[in-house]
Design a protein around this ligand. Structure first.
Ligand SMILES: [Zn+2]
Length: 297
């Protein structure tokens, strides 16, 4: 992300980890039906007139849709991305996820991880509207995985869907069974992401100690790598809050910074990608619709 756009993103990052954020931060021009024509327009661009759905007598000045995928773009659409946390008295995440998986099956989507997208950016254009990333936050390396999170993992495993797990690493001795589960899931194609060492709000931490932002990332990546043998490339931002200084993140070799608001497109000329996520709404079908509207309008 370019520094000039960070202010915008920072302004959008208003809501904490786990707080529903129904509003998409911005809209982008649409041209998805044939996956062909043009890169997604910048957030502020007016709607693209050359919609492939305009089938009646196109004007000779508007080029017809072609079957060629344009991969020369710097801007890529974020896959539909969902953020999940433990269930609470107010919201049963397990029941929601069970319904959400049904909705995904009905819509014949392809569930992937940030890691997979990093090696195949074209996939985000080619499978726009069919690509979904599910992430579960707040798994602690030094504690057993809570039963409700285990249940969510099981639901996703049964569905054959890999997910992204945001791991907090504070403490000294990892819990062996947690480490074994993370290793097993990693071998199945799941992604283990850092959710920092002590789950501090990095935007606030940057204000008084920027060096500690890097240490939060580095220490957690060190601990995860030591425990499971793979170094994370994805940072799930505590409370969804992104820092103003990108190098604090990319100098720690992080490829993806995952917040909450904004981030419906990402720029492949950046040294890392900022992307947003949607919180669950009242029901699975409504959440899926909101995600489509936000990430693949
Ligand atoms: Zn969190």
């Amino acid at each position: 992300m370019k520094p000039s756009t960070l202010g915008l993103v920072a302004a959008l990052l208003l809501v904490g980890c786990g707080t529903p954020t129904p509003q998409a931060a911005a809209t982008i021009a649409t041209e998805t039906a044939t996956l062909t024509l043009q890169p997604p327009a910048p957030i502020t661009a007016p709607p693209n007139l050359a919609l492939p759905t305009q089938t009646s007598t196109p004007s000779p000045t508007i080029p017809p849709p072609t079957a060629t995928l344009d991969i020369t773009t710097d801007q890529w659409p974020t896959p539909l991305s969902l953020m999940l946390h433990r269930k609470s008295a107010k919201f049963d995440t397990v029941a929601f996820l069970r319904d959400f998986v049904k909705t995904l099956k009905e819509n014949d989507v392809h569930v992937v991880t940030y890691q997979q997208v990093a090696t195949n950016l074209e996939m985000t254009l080619r499978e726009r509207g069919k690509l979904v990333i599910i992430s579960i936050d707040d798994i602690h390396l030094i504690a057993p995985i809570p039963p409700d999170i285990q249940e969510m993992i099981e639901i996703l495993r049964e569905a054959g869907y890999p997910a992204v797990l945001g791991v907090v690493t504070e403490g000294i001795s990892p819990t062996q069974e947690t480490v074994e589960t993370l290793k097993e899931l990693s071998a199945l194609g799941w992604e283990i992401a850092t959710h920092t060492d002590t789950h501090k709000n990095l935007a606030e931490l940057e204000n008084w100690s920027p060096g500690d932002v890097r240490m939060e990332i580095r220490i957690s990546c060190d601990k995860i790598e030591k425990a499971i043998g793979i170094r994370p490339i994805t940072l799930i931002l505590p409370e969804g809050q992104m820092v103003m200084t990108p190098k604090l993140v990319y100098k720690e070799n992080i490829r993806w910074a995952v917040g909450i608001n904004g981030g419906v497109v990402f720029d492949s000329t950046d040294r890392f990608f900022y992307v947003g996520r949607e919180s669950p709404g009242l029901d699975a079908a409504g959440t899926f619709r909101a995600m489509m509207q936000r990430f693949a309008p």
